[in-house]
Write a protein that binds this ligand. Structure first.
Ligand SMILES: NC(=O)c1ccc[n+]([C@@H]2O[C@H](COP(=O)([O-])OP(=O)(O)OC[C@H]3O[C@@H](n4cnc5c(N)ncnc54)[C@H](O)[C@@H]3O)[C@@H](O)[C@H]2O)c1
Ligand SMILES: Nc1ncnc2c1ncn2[C@@H]1O[C@H](COP(=O)(O)OP(=O)(O)OP(=O)(O)O)[C@@H](O)[C@H]1O
Length: 281
């Protein structure tokens, strides 16, 4: 390992101090920081594209949002991501701060395993042209603004019509994203080793329209059938785009994956038990 890229939660002094300690601890490595971290610490400023190209390992200091930001920064590269939890929930940032340096030693010695997480490719198609194409770790959300009327979401899987959801919106979640917004919309928890897409209406007007678990190799298309000026596409909770009637959102499994360094002392179900407050076993 030669180059370690640190992505630290923005404006978080604890994350900044920890990043500085990591650089001091490994003088023989090239340690680079994301844009805001490099600015705060006076490190060389390196463009996102170059960070992604050079990283051998990425250390995330923050919460789930910081990890999603790092996964997006790395783009299609499956560089291992070691997530250290400085956030409030930290579902995906499995390593506690106290174990950061011991885990880094293990990783440098090649004694680590990764959890390979499925991603989705999402395309926004308007009048037959692809306006936006992006890769997603958590979810694709089509949602209406607070005062907008309920919208019609015509939904098909591999070209076969499923239904038209009359709902506030629709969520398409990966197994990783199944414990985020999708869970709040009544979707199932999916073990991250299962490849699938969870399709869930948000507050559907028809009570029998529930979440559907779709095999990962299917193409899901949702066409907005109502003319509303106040509907949005949100990708991983990070980027938003206004939608128009007739817009089609197409979702397929991405060829790229996100590789999270596993904490060998923590099992997926113990994370669920702890973070979702299920009590003792
Ligand atoms: N009502 C809701 O539950 C709701 C509403 C909007 C967005 N979200 C989620 O927020 C995500 C973006 O996260 P953020 O941290 O940048 O925004 P944020 O700071 O608004 O966080 C939302 C919460 O979701 C948690 N979270 C994020 N990804 C998760 C995952 N895979 N499993 C379990 N919990 C997870 C975060 O830890 C945080 O507590 C979106 O992808 C979306 O799923 C949830
Ligand atoms: N280095 C960064 N550059 C730009 N944006 C960032 C960076 N780190 C975090 N963010 C953004 O800041 C927001 C808050 O980060 P994060 O979610 O990690 O904190 P949190 O809310 O305390 O943790 P959790 O999500 O676990 O509750 C996220 O939306 C994330 O995308």
């Amino acid at each position: 390992m030669q180059t370690l890229v640190i992505v630290a939660k923005k404006d978080n002094p604890e994350a900044v101090a920890l990043a500085a300690r990591i650089r001091e601890h490994y003088p023989h490595l090239t340690v680079l920081g994301d844009r805001s971290l490099a600015h705060v610490l006076g490190w060389p400023r390196v463009e996102d594209r170059e960070l992604a190209a050079r990283a051998d390992l990425t250390v995330v200091l923050g919460g789930d949002g910081t990890l999603i930001y790092a996964a997006r920064l790395l783009g299609g590269r499956g560089v291992p991501i070691l997530g250290v939890n400085l956030g409030s929930l930290g579902f995906m940032t499995e390593i506690p701060v106290e174990e950061l340096f011991s885990t880094l030693e293990e990783v440098q010695a090649g004694r680590f395993q990764v959890d390979s997480r499925m991603k989705l490719t999402c395309r926004l198609i308007r009048n037959g042209s692809v306006l936006i194409e992006d890769e997603i770790l958590n979810d694709v959300v089509i949602n209406k603004g607070a005062l907008a009327r309920i919208a019609d979401h015509e939904t098909s899987i591999d070209g076969v019509p499923i239904t038209t959801y009359k709902a506030d919106g629709v969520i398409l979640a990966t197994p990783t994203g199944s414990t985020a917004y999708s869970l709040s919309a009544g979707g199932p928890i999916v073990h991250p080793s299962v490849d699938c897409t969870v399709l869930s209406p948000i507050c559907s007007h028809a009570l029998t329209q529930r979440s559907i678990v779709v095999p990962a190799d299917r193409t899901i298309r949702i066409t907005l059938r109502s003319e509303t000026a106040d509907t949005y596409l949100t990708l991983d909770g990070q980027t938003g785009h206004g939608l128009q009637g007739g817009d089609c959102i197409e979702v397929v499994r991405s060829a790229n994956r996100v590789n999270l360094v596993r904490n060998p002392r923590v099992a997926y179900f113990s994370i669920l038990r702890q973070k979702l407050h299920w009590g003792e076993r």
